[in-house]
Design a protein around this ligand. Structure first.
Ligand SMILES: *Cc1c(COP(=O)(O)O)cnc(C)c1O
Length: 362
């Protein structure tokens, strides 16, 4: 065994075993947190230093910390799964590590070496192994993030950063299981423009999406789907999930990575698995008018959204100010279910893993 990278100072009063067991039975999403967190700091001159795993606690910072004013913040999301044989696995953590570096670059932040990202995720997961829920659809959700921590109100890249990983026991993202979701097409608001930060995983993109998401909810829909910012015509993605379409000839389509769409690890995994099966998947633009026409003609038979948190989510209905249409019979489709099962079987090490995506850590 190699020496841990992150110095471990155990929590003096961790949550009692019986209390913990109760909390992780039906944890929902993002509300049940573990005892510890991993942290590391960067400063100009010193570089990356002080890797630690300590008791999870409030972050003390000066009210003039740069992140609070200019939103220099990025994050990641990945899951640790408990396996049937008692082992623990992470799914494609190197992909998250690489994306974290790209996001940092785009936000003019210090890039965390891949090794520190991977070690922080692995070592925190091992410290919190008793928090990993076992149930179907459950996992330990890891949330690495980085904030600009310099105390300075001038507008420039921060000279100090705090990297942190917290962990949350999660169940199914959608309370009540994988029903189909309904989407609201936002006409007024866009998520990302060419040259902007749409392909970086930064909190600012989410802040910009929340008003549109509120509008979706007000309109009786579950999620917002965004169109491109230039022509207001091309389907891009949901607030936090990529999107796929399935046609009656068996082919599939997902919008291309043009810089305004977040390159999802789940998107890439689904693309790869579908192509492994011999399915033709186009990465092409798809217009909202075509979507509506194809749903009406029956050429479009299924659509689904995908991301780490909710994995694969069937789309049942699509509404806008001037139309509403249903996809297929509004129920989860066969291809959606098959690809979803293939992916989750790999994540849980229940089937072959031809691309070496599952990283066993215990
Ligand atoms: C994180 C995220 C996704 C999904 O990415 P995964 O790597 O599959 O979890 C999709 N869209 C946005 C905007 C995201 O932030």
């Amino acid at each position: 065994m190699t020496q841990p990278t992150f110095a471990f100072s155990p929590h003096a009063t961790p949550v009692e075993a019986s209390e913990r067991a109760g909390r992780i039975v039906n944890p929902g999403f993002g509300r049940v947190f573990t005892d510890h967190m991993a942290t590391m700091r960067w400063s100009e001159g010193k570089g990356w230093h002080d890797p630690q795993i300590t008791a999870r606690a409030p972050i003390v910072m000066d009210p003039a910390s740069a992140v609070l004013h200019y939103a220099q913040e990025i994050f990641e999301g990945l899951k640790a799964y408990s396996l049937d044989d008692g082992g623990i696995a992470l799914f494609r953590p190197e992909a998250n590590a690489a994306r974290f570096q790209r996001s940092a670059h785009r936000l003019a932040m210090a890039e965390l070496p891949e090794r520190y990202f991977l070690d922080s995720c692995r070592e925190l997961t091992l410290a919190e192994r008793d928090w990993i829920p076992g149930g179907e659809g459950s996992a330990l959700y890891l949330r690495p993030f980085m904030i600009a921590s310099e105390t300075f109100l001038g507008v420039k890249p921060s000279a100090e950063y705090l990297y942190c990983v917290i962990a949350s026991a999660v169940g199914n993202y959608w309370p009540g299981g994988a029903k189909s979701v309904s989407l609201w097409v936002s006409r007024e608001f866009t998520r990302a423009a060419p040259g902007g930060t749409g392909d970086a995983k930064c909190g600012g993109n989410y802040a910009a999406s929340l008003l549109a998401q509120s509008e979706a909810i007000r309109q009786g829909c579950d999620q917002v789907v965004f169109l491109d910012a230039v022509e207001r015509r091309w389907v891009e993605e949901l607030g936090g999930m990529n999107i796929f379409f399935v046609f009656d000839d068996g082919t599939m389509l997902t919008p291309p990575l043009t810089g305004t769409i977040l390159p999802g690890v789940t998107r890439d995994s689904i693309l790869t698995l579908a192509r492994d099966q011999g399915i033709t998947v186009a990465e092409e633009r798809y217009s909202i008018d075509q979507w509506q026409a194809d749903a009406a003609s029956g050429r479009l038979v299924e659509a689904f959204a995908c991301g780490t948190a909710a994995v694969v989510t069937p789309i049942g209905k699509v509404s806008s100010a001037d139309f509403a249409f249903q996809i297929g019979d509004g129920q989860p489709g066969a291809r959606t279910s098959q690809l979803s099962k293939r992916l989750t079987d790999i994540q849980r090490a229940r089937s072959d893993d031809p691309h070496g995506w599952v990283q066993r850590i215990a």
